[in-house]
Design a protein. Structure first.
Length: 164
């Protein structure tokens, strides 16, 4: 199984431009991920689509998986500029002993950026009944990312056929 962080794009009522949301999903393959996204997000926004994802390997949760020490985090960084009306975003992965340490490390590693959000990926995996896969040294292998535009088909409305 894999933990996927997906970026879903589309139009919400009242928006002038496309908006983006990041969700965490567990799936066994990219094909299953795409199907799950189709089911969950096709009707949530107009022109809903998948812009890409980050993939992390999972393993079954065992007593050995429940570990002390560092957790694996993703920090969403943002920065504003006088050259644009929007906030630029970036994502950083890091290991830290606590959320506070992760936020501090993300700030130190990205001068001029602020931390919009920081998520403990070990906690997300545990809540789904899994553990992040680690190597022999306890490190999480580098996440794999994929930028790929996939437009979702709009859900079909049920059409009733009159009985004869």
């Amino acid at each position: 199984m894999k933990l996927y962080l997906v970026e879903i794009g589309g139009m919400r009522d009242g928006n002038l431009f496309e908006c983006h949301e990041v969700h965490a999903l567990v799936a066994s393959s990219e094909e299953q991920l795409i199907l799950e996204c189709q089911v969950r997000f096709a009707g949530a926004m107009r022109a809903a689509h998948l812009d890409g994802w980050i993939e992390l390997e999972l393993e079954n949760l065992t007593e050995d998986s429940r570990r002390d020490g560092t957790s694996f985090f993703i920090a969403e960084l943002g920065r504003n500029s006088t050259r644009a009306m929007r906030e630029e975003h970036d994502y950083r992965f890091l290991s830290a002993g606590s959320l506070r340490e992760a936020v501090q490390a993300a700030r130190q590693g990205a001068p001029g950026w602020h931390v919009d959000a920081c998520v403990n990926l070990d906690d997300l995996a545990r809540k789904a009944g899994y553990a992040l896969r680690r190597d022999l040294f306890g490190a999480v292998p580098a996440p794999r990312s994929q930028a790929r535009y996939l437009r979702f088909l709009e859900p079909r409305s049920e059409v009733s056929v009159p009985a004869r």
